[in-house]
Design a protein. Sequence first.
Length: 146
Amino acid sequence: MSSLKEETLAACQSALAQLGFEKRKGALLQERGGQASGWIGLNLATHGLPRLLKVNPVVGVRFSHLEEILLSLSDDMPKSPAPVISKPLGYLMPEKSFRSWEFLEGGDIERVAESIAGAVREYGEPFIAAIPIGMRSRAVWVTPGS
């Protein structure tokens, strides 16, 4: 892994930790109560490495009880936490368009990571919080044939 990529991911993880996101099983998760958690995915555009890395954050909500059901259906399901609903952060912002943050070799990586965290705080967390409370704790039962 390139130095810029490592530094960028570490800076993003640190900045998002200030909002309560913790890296677990390869995902950045924020406990929200019940069986729900906020989820952040950091999509990387690496074609500019080693000098440039672009990050397109995706914000989502994960429900552990739904994940357990999916995992029980097939052995080849990914074991890392996955959101049930997600949206690229740029589409949650007023511009409602694709947005990536650029990390430059020798640039202020921490400042750019803090900018991502600020956008997550302002636009991503309300998206996560908007998921109905009932969905966060309601058990989901699957009946064959239903």
